[in-house]
Structures are given as structure tokens and as C-alpha cells.
Write a protein that binds this ligand. Structure first.
Ligand SMILES: Nc1nc2c(c(=O)[nH]1)N[C@H]1C(S)=C(S)[C@@H](COP(=O)(O)OP(=O)(O)OC[C@H]3O[C@@H](n4cnc5c(=O)[nH]c(N)nc54)[C@H](O)[C@@H]3O)O[C@H]1N2
Ligand SMILES: Nc1nc2c(c(=O)[nH]1)N[C@H]1C(S)=C(S)[C@@H](COP(=O)(O)OP(=O)(O)OC[C@H]3O[C@@H](n4cnc5c(=O)[nH]c(N)nc54)[C@H](O)[C@@H]3O)O[C@H]1N2
Ligand code: SF4
Ligand SMILES: [Mo]
Length: 694
């Protein structure tokens, strides 16, 4: 067990060497690249974080954000002691308190609530760290034993995940390294330079070898402007485009009939549906020139090998799940999967043989089935009274690895919910985020440089081990240790609550990954065929690529992919004529890093990109302050008149902390709590607004 003393006092032998040494780790952030890190430590302090050149996917390079990791870790505003609230909720006024006092008080309060109904207690967590240990291991054991409400962790990827599951059978796809050999790469709903930098490196290798790069994105992103072609469609119209591509593949006979016959299900139905989507019809729905649709179809139908790097930006709309389904059909139609540099990649996380049951111990539920709360609707759910359909009102929320005040939709309601005087809120955090401001107790958390963890990935197929490079800063503790401490105080005496973090790292994959190799080199590759679906073998029930999903049909849903228009279609409202999307700013990671000075200085301040025509029509000039609003709320920020925005669409780059906003709000004040067609996910990019000069 690590000691909780100040790094300057007393440390583990391993960490105590006064000379400079280097420690191998893994980037914890919610990013497909999961880089291998090397941290240089001097006198117990992390002084530098670099990419490990021995790890092929990392190639010795980190993004700007994590190159600044030592600055983040040693930040003067790190939370270093437990805190207890002294001011009103939301004020962020606290007094220091000892660990024992804090944990005793939290355990007593949770015990009292649980005696009435443990479902009144909710964990709220997401991917502040992607680590399997500091994520949902000890925490889930604790909540399972308690019988707390389940949290449906849907805020990012579950529409796409469900779309893939119903088509390919899971979160599986091409091996990322082979994009370097593709001749055509379609970058679809991804700003790769910002959010998938190591894939972008591979795309550039392909480009230098003559590959054509096409980007499909409503925003002229950093990535779009560097591709050969940019298809700047309206948000939420991707399925229409995919169906029109199929139309062209059919009428021009660019199909791989043999692959379709042997490795797919539902071709007749899909064919019929696609034939209704002429390029003209799709071009009109998507708001793009019809020639672009035809040219992309020709390129996809006639270039080999051809690959799609799909990403989650295109599934944050009502029809996000169906759109992923439609796009995931394209490689099977042309037999692109036959080649290792052909096919599609959205996520590779389904390849990892994680022993979730061993980590999370659902057996501790002992037959109970608590209700499930969707993290997307936390605003509404915090404000919901007891009812037969809902159960008891929420009385306590334990937040870790997440910043719901900033990242959840319709944040006016989220803030009202967390402001409830009768709600008991505990936040495990590294920094005083917007959510911390609403806590009753704040527990200081370690960073990745201070704890053990083990990682899968969703953009490559290697397992990474993270060793602690330095001792916990100040009095900070690991998430696991907080849940161990609470378990002990609440009388949860199963041996699993005593398991150490290093042991949990071994538990995560059992003997399915060579742990000795992880200890020795920091990473280990999964054994996956180069072209996993060259001969079908999809992990679906049928073993085929399912154009038609029997499972969806049985749920009373459409078995075939279709285009579902947005909830908030531009043109459907005269009061709110503009569509707003809110993809991340390049130098932040969701709401992490907003408080790191050197990175914030690059992003400068919250802004809204608008097209010159939309700005002129409203008397808005570049650099002026604007009010962005709809019925859900308003947000003040600076206007950036820019060709990064297409006519009719504004881009509110995120995710700023509310407290950095001019009116104490961020873009999520405007987004809605509605859910996607599949996967119960949020629709952040399905949002109509109006903009006015202030
Ligand atoms: N620098 C940086 N990297 C990150 C993150 C970050 O915040 N910052 N976040 C991480 C996380 S959690 C995730 S999930 C991923 C997210 O990364 P991506 O999966 O790439 O998703 P987004 O960044 O949301 O959006 C990517 C692009 O999709 C575009 N887009 C928006 N709506 C649509 C649409 O309807 N159709 C199409 N075709 N495109 C659309 C956006 O304009 C944007 O340029 O990145 C991870 N990496
Ligand atoms: N408008 C809009 N909203 C969005 C999005 C968007 O594109 N537009 N993107 C959505 C997406 S894709 C996602 S994934 C979510 C992301 O939402 P979150 O997963 O909540 O991500 P972050 O905002 O980065 O917050 C993570 C927090 O965890 C903390 N943390 C990191 N490591 C640890 C640790 O080891 N222990 C503890 N206790 N805390 C730790 C960090 O300090 C940080 O404050 O946001 C969503 N919200
Ligand atoms: S955020 Fe992504 S690109 Fe940056 S270091 Fe982490 S894994 Fe690598
Ligand atoms: Mo995400």
C-alpha cells in the first residue's frame, strides 16, 4: 500500500532515489490512442512526461495536452486535503478536514440512506481515467455490495457501440496500423488531428504513398482542411449519405457479390431501401453538392484497399445508432474487409478480454437488481420526486472520474439538481471543477503518475500497464483506496475489498495477457489476425455482417438501417434557425486540462464559430460577445467569424468549465437530455439555437 505522506517527507523505497529515473506508464485519458508514457522523476517529483518510442502505436510522440502532464500533476491548484462544505452549494467554499473524519461522516450518511433504500444512492462516473483499476473495479464492488442504483454509462459512445453491435457484432474493426497501407481513407465524424493524433500519423503515411483522404464533417476542422476532399454535410445526415453511396454501388455494380452472399445477412432488404436514396435526394438532405456524393461512391466502389475511420462525433444525434449501422455496412458491400488495409474502425475495445466480473464482482448484488439511472438525464433525475416508475428520489451521489456539471446536457437542470440542499454529494477529484463546487465532501484524488493501473484501448489493440512514478501528492488517495476505506467502515468484510491495486491490475485480464511482459516492457499486444473479417467470422449471432438485425426487429425496431432526421432539424423552427454542434477544443480533453494555464492560453477563451453570412445577417462581427440561446438556456461567449463553420451551423467548441464562461455557463446549458435511437445516448450535436450580439 502506498503511503499518504507528502512526497517531500517519506516515500516508498522504489520511489525514493534522489537521482533522476524513468517510469513506464499509460496515458489515462479518454482518447483512442492510449499512449505509452515515460515519466522522468527527480527527487520524488515528476519533471517530464514523454511518449515511449518502443511502443509502436505511440511512436515516442504525445499530444500537446499530455506533454504538459507534469504541469497538470504539479499544479498549484491540485486538491491535496479532504474538504467539507461551509458555504452554500455551488459556492465552492470549504474547510479542510481529516481523512478519518470525512470517511466516517460519509459512511454514516450512506448507511442511514441505505437502511431506507440503497437505490437512493447513485455513483456518477465516466472516463476521467480509462484505467480499469481506478475506473470501475473497487468502486463497482462497493456499489454492488451496497445495492446502489446502477449508472447507465452512456454519455459518449453507446449509440455507436449499439450500432456496431447490431451490425458487426461488437466494438471491433480494422487494426489501426494498416491504415498506413490504405489507398482511400474516409475520415468520418472525426477530427483526428485533435482527438486521434496517432491515427492521423498513419493516414499521412498513406497520403505520402498516394492515398486519397476524404473528411466528412459539418465543421471545417483542422483535419478536414488537410484532406483532399471535405464533404461538409449538415449534422445528423450521415445515414442519408451512406444510403446514397449504397445506391451508387448498386447501380454501377461496384459490389462484391461473393462477399455479400457468403458473409452478410439481409442484402435484399437493404438493397431495396438503398435504391430509394438517389444521390440527388441525399445531397439535398445533407446540404452538399450531388457531385460530391457521386465522387465518393465511385472512390469507395473502385479503390482497393479502402478504409473508413469512423468516430463518435457523428453519433451524437437522434439517428446516431442507425447512422453507424448504415456506414458499417459499406465495407461488406465492396468486400473491403478482404484486405488488411480495408474495412472500418470505430472502436477496437471489443477485442480486449477483460474479466469484468472478477474486477467488479456483480455477485455481491446477491440477487438484487437495482434500478438504472441514465447518466445523460442526471439533470431530470436529480429533480425527480418518488414515483412508482422511478422509485425513491436520489439522496446521495458519489462522483468520481467525471465532471457532470460541465459535461452533461441541459446543465441548467444539472446545476439545480446538485444545488438541492437535501442531496448528499461526495466528489473524488484532482481539481476544483464545477462539480466540486457543489460537493458536501471533496476527496483529493491521485493522478495517473501516482497510482497503479492497467489499460485496454479503443484505437489500437495493446494492453498497457501504468506504474506509479511518484508518491501521491499531499494527502491525495486513489479511488480504490477511498472505496476500500468506505467498505471497511460500512462493515463490508469480503476479502475482495482488501485486494491491492497491483493485484487488481493482474485480475483485469487474468492469464489472458502476459503480465510479466507488461511489467518488463509496459505493453503487450493482443493476438488478432491482420484482416479479422476477410472470411466473415463477425462476432454476431449469425457470424455474418448483419445488414438486417433480427435482434432489433424482435425489439419492434427497424431491422434495417435508415436515416432518422434530427429531433431539432434546421428549418423546423423560426425562433432557433441555427444548428449548434459542440465538438472538443483541440487542447482540452472534454473538461480536463481547462485549468492548465499553458493549454488554456492556446484556446484563450470560450468561443462560437459562425459563418460570415450568418454573422452578417445578425449584425455580429468577429470578436464581439454574443448570446447563444434556446428554450433550455443561454450562453455568452465570443464570436469567431470563420469558414470553419458552414452556413446554418455554429460550432461551440468545448468543454469549458462553467466558471470560465462569461455568464457562468457553457455550451451544455443549451443541449438537450433527449436520447439517441439506439444505445440511450445523448444528442449533444442535435441542438437548435439562435445567436444575438450583446
Ligand atoms: N483533443 C481532444 N481529444 C479527444 C477528446 C477531447 O475532448 N479533446 N475527447 C475524447 C473523447 S471522450 C472522445 S469520445 C473522442 C471524440 O472524438 P471524435 O470521435 O473525433 O468526436 P468529436 O470530437 O465529438 O467530433 C469529431 C468531429 O465530428 C464532427 N461532427 C459533429 N457532428 C457531426 C455529424 O453529424 N456528422 C459528421 N460526419 N460529423 C460530425 C465534429 O465537427 C468534429 O470535427 O475524442 C477523444 N479525444
Ligand atoms: N456539449 C458537449 N458535451 C459533451 C461532449 C461534447 O462533445 N459536447 N462530449 C461528451 C463525451 S464524448 C464525454 S466522454 C463526456 C466526458 O465527460 P467526463 O468523463 O466527465 O470527462 P472530463 O470532463 O474530462 O472529466 C473527468 C474528470 O475526472 C477527473 N479525474 C481524472 N482522473 C481521475 C482519477 O484517477 N480519480 C478521480 N477521482 N478523478 C479523476 C478529472 O480531473 C476530470 O475533472 O463529456 C460529454 N459531454
Ligand atoms: S490524450 Fe491521446 S494522444 Fe494524448 S497522450 Fe493521451 S492517448 Fe496519447
Ligand atoms: Mo467521449
Amino acid at each position: 500500500m502506498a503511503s499518504w505522506t507528502n512526497p517531500n517527507d517519506e516515500m516508498d523505497d522504489m520511489l525514493a532515489s534522489p537521482a533522476t529515473h524513468q517510469v513506464r506508464g499509460a496515458c489515462p485519458h479518454d482518447c483512442p490512442d492510449t499512449c505509452a508514457l515515460i515519466t522522468t522523476v527527480r527527487d520524488g517529483l515528476a519533471i517530464k512526461v514523454q511518449g515511449n518510442p518502443a511502443h509502436a502505436a505511440t511512436a515516442g510522440v504525445l499530444c500537446t495536452k499530455v506533454s504538459h502532464y507534469a504541469e497538470r500533476t504539479n499544479h498549484p491548484e491540485r486538491l491535496l486535503t479532504p474538504l467539507r462544505r461551509v458555504g452554500p452549494k455551488g459556492s465552492g467554499r470549504f474547510e479542510p478536514v481529516g481523512w478519518d473524519e470525512a470517511l466516517d461522516a460519509i459512511a454514516n450518511r450512506l448507511t442511514a440512506i441505505a437502511a431506507r433504500d440503497p437505490q437512493a444512492i447513485l455513483p456518477y462516473s465516466y472516463c476521467g481515467t480509462m484505467g480499469l483499476v481506478q475506473g470501475e473495479s473497487m468502486a463497482m464492488r462497493f456499489f454492488h455490495k451496497l445495492g446502489a442504483s446502477f449508472l447507465d454509462r452512456t454519455i459518449c459512445a453507446s449509440a455507436g457501440a449499439e450500432g456496431l453491435a447490431q451490425t458487426l457484432g461488437g466494438k471491433v474493426g480494422m487494426k489501426v496500423e494498416f491504415f498506413a497501407e490504405s489507398r482511400l481513407i474516409v475520415i468520418w465524424g472525426s477530427n483526428s488531428i485533435a482527438s486521434n493524433l496517432h491515427f492521423w500519423r498513419l493516414a499521412n503515411v498513406a497520403k505520402r504513398n498516394g492515398a486519397r483522404l476524404v473528411c466528412i464533417d459539418p465543421r471545417r476542422s483542422e483535419t478536414a482542411e488537410k484532406c483532399h476532399e471535405h464533404i461538409q454535410l449538415m449534422p445528423g445526415t450521415d445515414a442519408a449519405l451512406a444510403l446514397a453511396l449504397m445506391h451508387e454501388l448498386i447501380v454501377n455494380d461496384w459490389l462484391d457479390a461473393d462477399y455479400i452472399a457468403r458473409h452478410t445477412v439481409g442484402w435484399e432488404g437493404l438493397r431495396e431501401r438503398a435504391l430509394r436514396w438517389t444521390p440527388e435526394r441525399a445531397a439535398q438532405v445533407c446540404g452538399v453538392p450531388v457531385e460530391q456524393v457521386r465522387a465518393l461512391a465511385r472512390a469507395w466502389g473502385t479503390t482497393k484497399p479502402a478504409a473508413i475511420r469512423l468516430n463518435y462525433g457523428m453519433q451524437r444525434v437522434r439517428g446516431g445508432g442507425n447512422a453507424v449501422r448504415a456506414i458499417a455496412c459499406l465495407p461488406a458491400l465492396t468486400g473491403a474487409w478482404r484486405h488488411r488495409a480495408g474495412g472500418l474502425l470505430l472502436s477496437s475495445s471489443g477485442f480486449f478480454p477483460i474479466d469484468k466480473a472478477a474486477l467488479q464482482r456483480p455477485d455481491l448484488l446477491a440477487g438484487r437488481t437495482p434500478r438504472t439511472i441514465n447518466m445523460v438525464t442526471i439533470g431530470d433525475d436529480l429533480l425527480r420526486p418518488a414515483s412508482p416508475g422511478f422509485g425513491p428520489p436520489l439522496e446521495a451521489v458519489l462522483v468520481y472520474n467525471s465532471n457532470p456539471l460541465a459535461v452533461a446536457p441541459e446543465s441548467g437542470k444539472v446545476a439545480r439538481g446538485f444545488a438541492r440542499e437535501d442531496l448528499f454529494t461526495v466528489v473524488l477529484e484532482q481539481f476544483a471543477t464545477d462539480t466540486v463546487d457543489y460537493a458536501d465532501y471533496v476527496l483529493p484524488a491521485t493522478t495517473q503518475l501516482e497510482h497503479w493501473d492497467i489499460h485496454g484501448a479503443y484505437g489500437h489493440t495493446d494492453v498497457l500497464l501504468n506504474r506509479p512514478a511518484i508518491a501521491p501528492m499531499g494527502q491525495s488517495r486513489t479511488n480504490t483506496d477511498v472505496f476500500r476505506g468506505l467498505a471497511r467502515r460500512m462493515g463490508f468484510d469480503e476479502p475482495c475489498f482488501a485486494e491491492s491495486d497491483e493485484s487488481l491490475c493482474r485480475t483485469a485480464f487474468g492469464d489472458r495477457v502476459d503480465f510479466r511482459q507488461l511489467l518488463e516492457q509496459g505493453f503487450a499486444s493482443l493476438q488478432i489476425p491482420d484482416a479479422p473479417f476477410a472470411d466473415g467470422n463477425f462476432p454476431t449471432a449469425s457470424g455474418r455482417c448483419e445488414f438486417f438485425s433480427e435482434r432489433l426487429a424482435r425489439q419492434g425496431l427497424d431491422g434495417l438501417p435508415d436515416h432518422l432526421p434530427n429531433y431539432e432539424v434546421p428549418g423546423s423552427s423560426t425562433r432557433y434557425p441555427l444548428a449548434m454542434i459542440s465538438p472538443p477544443a483541440r487542447n482540452f480533453l472534454n473538461s480536463s486540462f481547462v485549468n492548465v494555464r499553458s493549454l488554456r492560453d492556446i484556446e484563450v477563451e470560450p468561443l462560437l464559430e459562425l459563418h460570415a453570412g450568418d454573422a452578417a445577417a445578425r449584425g455580429i462581427v468577429d470578436g464581439s460577445i454574443v448570446r447563444v440561446f434556446n428554450d433550455r438556456g443561454e450562453y455568452l461567449c465570443k464570436a469567431k467569424v470563420s469558414n470553419r463553420a458552414r452556413p446554418g451551423v455554429v460550432n461551440g467548441l468545448g468543454i469549458w468549465w462553467r466558471k470560465f464562461g462569461l455568464a457562468g455557463t457553457n455550451v451544455n446549458q443549451l443541449t438537450s437530455q433527449k436520447l439517441t435511437d439506439l444505445g440511450r445516448a445523448p444528442v449533444f450535436y442535435d441542438c437548435l439555437v439562435e445567436v444575438q450580439p450583446v
